[in-house]
Design a binder for this molecule. Structure first.
Ligand SMILES: [Zn+2]
Length: 176
């Protein structure tokens, strides 16, 4: 709880206002925190509120740029079964990279964003990165794998692709 610096009162209310931020020709509506002292009516933004506001602005910009937001990165990491530390080992970016991404303290690079998305889709890619990082590979299929993804593609629904795939599957079964 922050006290008012002017009158030292603890009677401080925490409020939010939507602020329009201009970014790359677009207007982003971002909720910004501030405080009002009920005794002297002073309006101010505390240190923590500045950090929170910065994080919200950064997240709004990431969203506008088509990058994963801090909470989406958090979700992706949990889906992949990684701690913040192991995520940094797998994806790089330095020891504290993921704690910074998830607090929206730093934005991930476009390359990092793409790599995370690819790992959510393709277990073989993710397993290779796990292996490179010296971590145990995942044997369970925690997301839809290539066969189902493949069916969704328009080209894959053409007869000639279908027949190739069924032959391939039959072969796999024979060897199994
Ligand atoms: Zn005051």
């Amino acid at each position: 709880m922050t006290n008012c610096k002017l009158c030292k009162s603890g009677n401080v209310r925490h409020l939010n206002d939507i602020e329009d931020i201009s970014y790359k020709g677009n207007i982003l509506a971002v909720s910004m925190e501030y405080s009002v002292c009920d005794d002297c009516q002073r309006e101010f933004v505390s240190k923590q509120q500045i950090l929170n506001n910065d994080a919200r602005v950064r997240d709004a910009k990431k969203k506008a740029d088509g990058l994963l937001t801090s909470s989406e990165i958090h979700e992706a990491r949990i889906t992949l079964g990684l701690t913040q530390e192991s995520a940094s080992l797998v994806f790089g970016g330095g020891k504290n990279a993921f704690s910074k991404y998830e607090r929206a303290e730093v934005s991930q690079s476009v390359a990092m964003d793409k790599l995370i998305r690819i790992c959510l889709k393709h277990s073989n890619v993710f397993n290779e990165l796990l292996d490179n990082a010296g971590l145990p590979v995942r044997k369970d299929r925690f997301y839809e794998d290539s066969v189902i993804q493949y069916k969704k593609l328009t080209a894959a629904n053409q007869e000639r692709f279908k027949s190739v795939k069924s032959i391939q599957l039959m072969k796999d079964e024979c060897y199994a």
